[in-house]
Design a protein around this ligand. Structure first.
Ligand code: B12
Ligand code: SF4
Ligand code: SF4
Length: 311
C-alpha cells in the first residue's frame, strides 16, 4: 500500500492510533506554516532579555517560526504529549530535583518512540520523510502543541491539557505527509481568576503574560546558567538543586495528573535516596556511571555541587 491510497483524514487517524500504541498520551496535527502570531511574542521575550544567557534562543528565529526552513519539504507537524508525572518521589531530606529529571533522559526515550511510530507507519503506508524533535532544535513546541488542540497556555507559560494537566513532555514529528489538521482548543482563559503559580513562584519569574522571565527562574539558574547563582535568587532555592516544579505543583489542573506508565521515567534508585553528603562525596566516575542515561548530566556534578553549597 502507498500513502496515496489513504485520505489525509484516514492517515491522521492511523497516526493517532499508532501514537497511542507506542505509548504517547495525546497526539494532534497542524499544517506547516509560518507562526506569524508568535513572532511579536518571541521577539519581545528575547529583546527584553527574558532569555537570560540562553543565546541560542535568539538564533535561528526564522527556523523557530517556520518548520519548512528546518525540514525541507515538510507539510505537517505531528505534536505528541507524554506524561511524566512520577509515581514515587525522592526521600525526605534529599536535595530536590525536578520530577522531569527523575528517570532516563526523555530525549532518548521519546525519540526512540517517535522513530518506532514512523517505522510502524512506513510498514502501513510506504516511505515518507520525517525528522523527530523534543527540546532539541529551534521549534516552538508549546505553540505547535497548542495549535494541534492538545492544550492551552497557562499564566505559568506551561501547556496545560484540560484533561490531564501539565506534567507532559512535548515532542514532534515534522514530516512531508499531507494530513488532516486539528483545531486549537477554544481560547477560553484556562486560568480564569487563578494566580496560584504567580503567587507561589519564589523568585517572581511569572508576571501573568503567559511566558516567564528566565533571569528569575530557578530552573534556568540551576540547569542552564554556567554562572554563580545571584544571591537574591540563591536565597530562594529552599533545597532545590536541579530545576523547579513549584508552578506545576500548585496548578489546580495538575490535580488531574496520573502517574506515568512509562517505566523509563520512574525514579533513579540512587537519586531517590541521595542526601546532601552523598552528593558532596560522589566522584565524577561514579556520577557518570550512576547517571549515565539521566538528563541531570546536562548540569553535571560540578554545577550540582556548586548549587548544593547554596541550599
Ligand atoms: C528555553 C526553555 C526553558 C527556559 C525558559 C522557559 C520559557 N518559558 O521559555 C527555562 C530553563 C527557564 C525552562 C524551564 C522549564 N521548562 Co523548559 N523549555 C525551554 C525551551 C527549550 C524553549 C521555550 C521557548 O521557546 N521559550 C520562548 C518563549 C517566548 O516561548 P514560550 O514560553 O514557549 O511561549 C510561546 C507560546 O506559548 C506562545 N504564547 C505564550 N503566551 C502567549 C500569548 C499570546 C497573546 C500569544 C499570541 C502567544 C503566546 O507564544 C510563545 C512563542 O510562540 C522548550 C523546548 C522548545 N524547543 O520549545 C522547553 C519546554 C518549554 N520546557 C519544558 C519544561 C518541562 C520546563 C520546566 C517545567 C522544567 C523544570 N521542572 O525545571 C520549567 C518550567 C518553567 C516555566 N514555567 O516555563 C517543557 C514544557 C512542557 C509543557 N507542558 O509546557 C518544554 C516544551 C520541553 C519539552 N520538550 O517538553 N525552559
Ligand atoms: S520553575 Fe519555579 S522559579 Fe521557574 S517560573 Fe516556575 S515556580 Fe518560578
Ligand atoms: S496555577 Fe492557576 S494561574 Fe497558574 S497556570 Fe495553573 S491555573 Fe493558570
Amino acid at each position: 500500500m502507498t500513502k496515496t491510497q489513504l485520505s489525509p483524514g484516514e492517515l491522521s487517524r492511523l497516526i493517532k492510533d499508532l501514537a497511542t500504541r507506542v505509548g504517547f498520551d495525546a497526539c494532534g496535527i497542524s499544517r506547516v506554516c509560518h507562526l506569524d502570531e508568535s513572532l511579536p511574542h518571541l521577539i519581545d521575550w528575547v529583546e527584553k532579555g527574558k532569555m537570560a544567557s540562553m543565546g541560542y534562543m535568539a538564533r535561528n528565529i526564522d527556523k523557530r517560526l517556520d518548520p519548512s526552513l528546518l525540514v525541507e519539504g515538510s507539510r505537517s507537524v505531528i505534536s505528541l504529549l507524554c506524561n511524566y508525572y512520577p509515581s514515587s518521589r525522592q526521600e525526605k531530606d534529599c536535595p530536590t530535583f525536578a520530577s522531569y529529571a527523575y528517570g532516563k533522559d526523555y530525549h532518548t526515550v521519546l525519540k526512540e518512540r517517535m522513530h518506532l511510530l514512523c517505522k510502524l507507519l512506513k510498514e502501513e503506508i510506504g516511505d515518507f520523510s520525517y525528522r523527530v524533535f523534543t527540546d532539541s532544535a529551534p521549534v516552538l513546541e508549546r505553540e505547535w502543541a497548542r495549535r494541534a488542540g492538545l492544550g492551552v497556555i497557562g499564566k505559568s507559560g506551561m501547556l496545560i491539557s484540560p484533561t490531564g494537566g501539565s506534567y507532559f513532555f512535548i515532542s514532534e514529528i515534522i514530516c512531508d505527509l499531507e494530513l488532516e489538521e486539528d483545531s486549537p482548543l477554544p481560547q477560553q482563559d484556562i486560568c480564569k481568576g487563578c494566580r496560584k503559580c504567580q503567587m507561589a513562584c519564589p523568585t517572581g519569574a511569572i508576571d501573568g503574560s503567559r511566558s516567564i522571565d528566565a533571569r528569575r527562574c530557578l530552573s534556568y539558574h540551576t540547569i542552564e546558567s554556567q554562572d554563580d547563582i545571584p544571591s537574591d535568587i540563591a536565597s530562594r532555592l529552599s533545597g532545590r538543586v536541579y530545576g523547579c516544579d513549584i508552578c506545576l505543583e500548585v496548578c489546580p489542573w495538575n490535580r488531574l495528573s496520573k502517574p506515568t506508565h512509562i517505566e523509563e521515567f520512574s525514579i533513579n534508585e540512587h537519586l531517590r535516596v541521595m542526601k546532601k553528603e552523598d552528593w558532596e562525596e560522589i566522584d565524577q566516575e561514579r556520577f557518570n556511571e550512576v547517571f549515565k542515561n539521566s538528563p541531570i548530566k546536562r548540569a553535571g556534578i560540578e554545577k550540582i555541587r556548586r548549587t548544593l553549597r547554596e541550599i
